[in-house]
Design a protein around this ligand. Structure first.
Ligand code: HEM
Length: 201
């Protein structure tokens, strides 16, 4: 990022939007037990059509969580379920989130040693998209709603499995949020350097 007046305005606008949520900041409490990891892995196998499932999540967000809908610049043109599910940019995000989820679930270790570098990097990108940690609560609701609807059987998607998914998503959202937080710090440093350079103090 440069240090022109418009860079400064953009940086200020982004960084002074502190919606950081403690819930997703607290990674210590988000460790999954072996049983919980197993529950997430085995129930994920029941989701066979990833494209459809990703689209279901996005449709839920776009119809029930209007607070976050506008984070996607193309969202304003999508006014009903048919338009939502056919939009190529939306299909892109739906596919991408499923790829990420699939990869994280497949590689999730039982020994507690997990490498979330890529997820933190993804979080940094999301800071640039205007996404803030509080937005992930909406995503979580949509994910759990869609899992419940897709798996149907409440002896498989029972309370313990649902709790495991919530904890799993909390881990993912914590790491995305850490990336967002780091990007926010970078942005604040940029602002401070701009201020110093332009004698704004
Ligand atoms: C409510 C929460 C979220 C919002 C508002 C959001 C928003 C966005 C936006 C606006 C883009 C750019 C799309 C474009 O350029 O067309 C994007 C890209 C992307 N998102 Fe999300 N997202 C959210 C949650 C997630 C989650 C939970 C994941 C992962 C499981 C994820 C994974 C991705 C990926 C992989 C991309 C592709 C671009 C990249 O790699 O940076 N997003 N997201």
């Amino acid at each position: 990022m440069g240090c022109t007046h418009s860079d400064f305005v953009v940086a200020t606008k982004n960084a002074l939007n502190p919606t950081y949520l403690n819930r997703y900041k607290n990674t210590e409490n988000a460790e999954l037990t072996g049983d919980q990891i197993q529950r997430v892995k085995s129930s994920w196998k029941l989701i066979t059509n990833h494209r459809e499932f990703g689209l279901n999540i996005m449709t839920r967000i776009f119809t029930k969580h209007l607070e976050v809908k506008n984070k996607w610049i193309f969202a304003k043109d999508l006014n009903n379920e048919d338009e939502i599910r056919k939009n190529p940019q939306l299909v892109y995000h739906a596919t991408k989130i499923m790829e990420v989820m699939d990869k994280v679930i497949a590689s999730y270790n039982y020994d507690g040693v997990n490498d979330f570098k890529d997820i933190m990097h993804l979080g940094k990108n999301h800071f640039d998209y205007g996404v803030r940690p509080s937005d992930f609560e909406h995503f979580e609701e949509a994910l759990i709603y869609c899992l419940e609807k897709e798996i149907k059987n409440d002896t498989i998607f029972d309370l313990a499995t649902k709790a495991s998914w919530k904890k799993f998503f909390m881990t993912l959202a914590s790491k995305l949020s850490e990336g967002i937080y780091l990007a926010e710090i970078d942005e604040l440093n940029t602002i401070n350097n701009c201020k110093k350079k332009n004698n704004f103090y």
